[in-house]
Design a protein around this ligand. Structure first.
Ligand code: ADP
Length: 450
């Protein structure tokens, strides 16, 4: 059986966010890291999300990687393609949203034209696409083409100071027009309020006028539902993870997707439970403190790591003594997370990049060793930290399970040196409630069998 949805996400955590929403809306979802080099078993998979690192890389690289992902997803039979970017439309005047969307449309148009049996909808849909960044439950809405974060316009939300892609203009029609030579239009809220037929008709007429990209207003969930109903048969849609929440119901309506009782079901978890934290975000600091009030932890210090590997050895001894104790299944924490003044002091002595690298290298190495020795349930805190751990473990695909807290699901993967699947939860920055680290393990079905 072929997959229904194939998504191309421009970063790792964004991919997980979309995958999480797809599972919640009833699709069995696999996240792959980069375009797979080997064949995958996709018999019980409805959606695949390919995680790229194309948000801030050079335009041509983003285009090439996205096209490779598109080709692979189409080979897997994806009925609809979804280009996923951030709900704050993270991009610059050079790209990468516009150029990637243009390239994907060109490729689809070329192949649709070859297919005599393409339906009229497919032929028309491959000429243009929608841009739906909004995620209303997270406060990202769009009105008259202007993106809001909570009650602030995008350019007044803090995003104007983003180090890589400062967003200094909230008017997405204007923002996107700087990234593409093609015409950009707007599907405005008054039309959405009339329902899916009106939205469909408007999209059709914009397409006939040669509009290539249509920015969609979205005030709430019901707007997303109307948009999803209007675009479910487009070969390509683009947007944030909010749209991913609304599409699966349309696939069921179209008969493409059967209802699935438990789309986030994972194999029973086994193995010792470890938390690795390299995040210094405020929410993480609270989670570390809460965890230490219930269980044991070991603190890493970049200044000591800069001197020698002695602290890594101490952390290993600490973890081994507790994790592989037959009497106890309590989770253990190893963390570098520290309050801002401590982080600043370390950065002052070592430089921010070196301090970060030392911590990431230490946590990634600990993950590799301890997973080989019997850790089977692993929570990692920190976006960069997660990236380092995932690459040390050479993870290439993640089956997406139930959500622990908004945006953070349990996942499962296979890794070298471990027969049973590894359960992995990757939590970036400010996600998760204060008791996230301990609650995560309670939310994971399965027994500890080291
Ligand atoms: P978040 O998702 O919270 O931003 P990240 O893992 O993406 O977390 O980023 C945190 C960065 O801070 C990482 O590069 C990590 O190695 C680094 N770091 C962690 N602890 C310390 C510390 N005590 N001193 C300096 N840098 C640290």
């Amino acid at each position: 059986m072929s997959i229904v949805l194939g998504a191309i996400a421009d970063d790792f955590t964004g991919a997980t966010d979309l995958a999480n929403n797809l599972v919640r809306a009833g699709m069995r979802t696999l996240q792959v890291i980069g375009v797979p080099q080997t064949a995958l078993a996709l018999d019980d998979v409805d959606a695949v999300v390919v995680a790229l690192k194309s948000r801030t890389c050079p335009v041509q690289e983003a285009v090439n990687d996205s096209l490779a992902a598109l080709d692979w997803l189409r080979e897997q039979g994806a009925r609809q393609l979804f280009f996923k970017y951030c709900s704050t439309f993270d991009s610059t005047d050079e790209g990468n949203i516009g150029p990637v969307a243009d390239a994907l449309l060109e490729r689809l148009r070329a192949t649709q034209a070859e297919r005599l049996r393409a339906t009229q909808q497919e032929r028309l849909g491959s000429q243009h696409t929608v841009m739906v960044p909004a995620f209303p439950i997270n406060g990202r809405t769009v009105y008259q083409g202007h993106l809001f974060v909570g009650d602030r316009l995008l350019n007044d939300s803090g995003m104007q100071h983003h180090p890589l892609n400062p967003m200094t203009d909230a008017d997405l029609v204007r923002v996107l027009s700087r990234q593409t030579p093609h015409s950009v239009g707007l599907l405005a809220r008054p039309i959405l309020a009339e329902g899916a037929d009106a939205a469909r008709a408007r999209l059709k007429s914009l397409g006939e006028q040669g509009v290539r990209h249509v920015i969609c207003d979205t005030l709430d969930e019901s707007d997303l539902e109307v948009i999803a109903a209007a675009v479910a048969e487009f070969p390509l849609v683009t947007g944030g993870s909010g749209l991913g929440q609304a599409l699966p119901a349309e696939y069921r309506r179209l008969g493409w997707l059967d209802p699935v009782a438990d789309p986030g079901r994972l194999a029973p978890a086994s193995g010792a439970a470890l938390v690795l934290s390299g995040s210094c975000s405020q929410a993480t600091l609270g989670q570390v403190e809460d965890f230490l009030s219930r269980h044991e932890g070991f603190a890493l210090d970049p200044l000591a790591l800069a001197e020698s590997d002695e602290q890594i050895e101490q952390a290993l001894t600490f973890a081994r003594e507790r994790l592989f104790d037959e009497e106890s299944s309590a989770p253990v924490l190893i963390y570098a997370s520290a309050a801002p003044e401590k982080v600043k002091a370390a950065q002052h002595r070592l430089g921010a990049a070196r301090a970060g690298e030392l911590v990431e290298r230490a946590l990634a190495g600990l993950a590799k060793t301890l997973v080989t020795e019997g850790v089977g349930r692993l929570v990692v805190a920190g976006g960069e930290t997660s990236g380092a751990v995932v690459s040390a473990l050479e993870v290439t695909e993640l089956r997406i399970g139930e959500q622990i807290d908004p945006g953070v699901p349990w996942t499962q993967t296979t890794v070298d040196g471990r027969e049973a699947p590894l359960s992995l939860a990757l939590k970036s920055g400010n996600f998760g409630g204060v008791d996230f680290f301990s609650r995560a393990f309670d939310a994971l079905p399965g027994e500890k069998q080291p």
